[in-house]
Design a protein around this ligand. Structure first.
Ligand code: G4P
Length: 527
């Protein structure tokens, strides 16, 4: 197939949700519809179970399994769909943020009972920053949930995005009758069924069709007509351009568990979701159709099993064709690298590949060359943007417990933070190391791995840091501020200074007293 056609048929996206909203179930149903798996339950193993929160080895084991399902590809209606899996566990939210830099769009799953939950807000913040197009799937309509209009309002208010319903529920919970497809003038009738794939869609002649009354009852039909009129008045027609610019999110209602509402979601996704898009690099914007290959590493996974001490770097292809055994330039190290066993994933199985195209994700065996955010090219000096660091939530100082092993500890903490397991901030003079994470779990993982992989004993001491802030603005003023607040300044992995603010109040005061400096809680911002 011609190169351009290969690009145009790819849809690379992630399904995101607050844990338990139904991400795994929906992923599985997409794979069922895509013919990649035959039975429900096949991808359940990629879920990090809640019960395992206190046992990180168990979680790591499960993460290990999830490597196999990191990318799931299937063909549907002539398109190649790449679903990038994201960990559900809150402590690994950073992994999810990074994965979002490698997709062209997302489907956001909301539990209709719970509405917009905390983690969803943060995930959407990342999508908004990157202007990633979003489709919303309101799940679990077989349960008594919130009023659909209230849910739409909540989405707009909490996620700061305009919504546009494309389907509309008729009741919910035990009385759930189905959805009306607003732009297709058809009725999709609900039947609680976990195995059947085909949906019961009845074409009607618009909302006035008397068959609606027959099928869902007079009262429900009347309510549907009233709702639809309101929706028409408020939302009008969907302009796909607005979706592609991430201004409007189309919304569907359904029940993943019951295979309900999946077909219209998948069909619309295939129709409107963006194909691989141009990507900004520090130097210029890279178009996927360019002949020369380029790509970046968005995730690194190390195997905890001592028998298989391999790291896998996940590369998103951004332009040109990636080829096996061809030497590529590692632009940070200025080093040529060649990959003899790059692989891709098809549902559960890994396959060595010869080629990959923009939109694809390739697994590369890594012996320690890669950091998250590294770029590979055919020689051009490029560095892809868009892998921001976020201010961690928890900060601890790394204390060396064995002075004879300082070198090992130094190397270990550098490599593990390169993997993205945690953020490292170094304070000079004295080389004090502050480690920041999203959850407590990472400290356990770090301590265990430092001891078992690097033979370095350490402990972590809690430090009173509220946020790590990157600074921009008047250069002289920033320098002056840094001098003045020397004890609170540290350096991130890219050698950028950060201000470690002890409390929200300290940060607010710093902001007020230094109007020429802007404090950012992500490492990437528009200056
Ligand atoms: P997650 O990946 O977002 O964390 O959620 P997941 O798909 O694992 O779903 C969380 C729970 O919600 C699961 O139940 C799942 O069966 C259920 N669920 C998903 N979709 C629907 C739906 O449309 N309706 C209803 N009623 N439930 C739904 P569980 O009991 O936690 O897990 P399991 O024992 O079923 O695997």
């Amino acid at each position: 197939m011609a190169f351009d056609k290969e690009i145009e048929r790819r849809k690379t996206f992630a399904i995101i949700s607050h844990p338990d909203a139904g991400k795994t179930t929906l992923t599985e149903k997409f794979l069922l519809f895509g013919g990649q798996i035959q039975t429900a339950g096949a991808v359940k193993s990629n879920k990090i179970k809640k019960t395992a929160t206190s046992d990180f080895m168990e979680i790591e084991k499960q993460r290990g399994i999830s490597v196999a399902t990191s990318v799931m590809s299937f063909e549907y209606k002539g398109k190649l769909v790449n679903i990038l899996d994201t960990p559900g566990h809150k402590d690994f939210a950073e992994d999810t943020y990074r994965t979002l830099t490698a997709v062209d769009s997302v489907i956001l799953v909301i539990d209709c009972v719970k509405g917009v939950e905390e983690q969803t807000e943060r995930l959407m913040e990342v999508c908004r920053m990157r202007r990633t197009p979003v489709i919303v799937f309101i799940n679990k309509m077989d349960r008594d949930g919130k009023d659909p209009f209230d849910l739409l309002d909540e989405l707009e208010a909490k996620l700061n995005i305009h919504v546009h319903p494309l389907s509309w529920p008729i009741n919910g919970g035990s009385d759930f009758k189905g959805v009306y497809l607003l732009h297709d003038q058809s009725l999709n009738l609900f039947e609680s069924n976990k195995t059947k794939l085909a949906e019961d869609v009845v074409k009607v002649q618009g909302l006035e069709d008397a068959r609606i009354d027959e099928l869902v009852g007079d009262k429900n039909a009347r309510k549907l007509r009233e709702d639809a009129e309101l929706i028409e008045g408020v939302y009008g027609d969907l302009d796909v351009k607005n979706y592609l610019q991430a201004d409007v999110a189309p919304v569907f209602f359904g029940s993943a568990l019951n295979n309900f509402g999946i077909q219209e979601l998948l069909d619309t996704f295939i129709d409107i979701a963006p194909v691989p898009m141009p990507r900004p690099a520090g130097e210029r914007v890279v178009d996927p159709h360019e002949q020369k290959f380029s790509g970046f590493i968005f995730k690194i996974h190390a195997n905890l099993d001592p028998k298989h001490r391999d790291r896998i770097a996940f590369l998103r292809v951004c332009s040109g064709r990636f080829e096996r055994n061809k030497p590529y330039e590692h632009t940070r190290l200025h080093k040529p690298l060649r990959f003899s066993n790059p692989y891709t994933f098809l549902a559960q199985s890994k396959e060595v590949i010869d080629y990959a195209y923009p939109g694809d994700v390739v697994g590369l065996y890594d012996t320690g060359n890669f950091k998250i955010g590294d770029t590979l090219t055919e020689g051009e000096d490029l560095q892809f943007k868009g892998i921001p660091s976020f201010s961690p939530e928890i900060f601890k100082e790394l204390i060396n417990l064995d002075p004879m092993k300082s070198k090992q500890l130094e190397k270990g903490i550098q490599q593990l933070t390169d993997e993205g397991l945690a953020s490292l901030f170094i304070q000079e003079p004295g080389s004090r190391k502050f480690v920041g994470t999203v959850g407590e779990l990472q400290f356990e993982v770090l301590q265990y791995r430092l001891e078992h992989e690097y033979n370095a004993k350490c402990r972590f001491e809690a430090r009173n840091v509220h946020k790590a802030c990157w600074m921009s603005g008047d250069e002289a003023k920033v320098k002056e501020f840094m001098k003045f607040r020397m004890n609170n300044i540290a350096w991130d992995k890219d050698n950028h200074p950060v201000f470690l603010a002890e409390t929200a109040f300290v940060l607010r005061m710093a902001q007020e007293n230094n109007p020429d400096i802007t404090f950012h809680t992500t490492s990437e911002f528009k200056v």
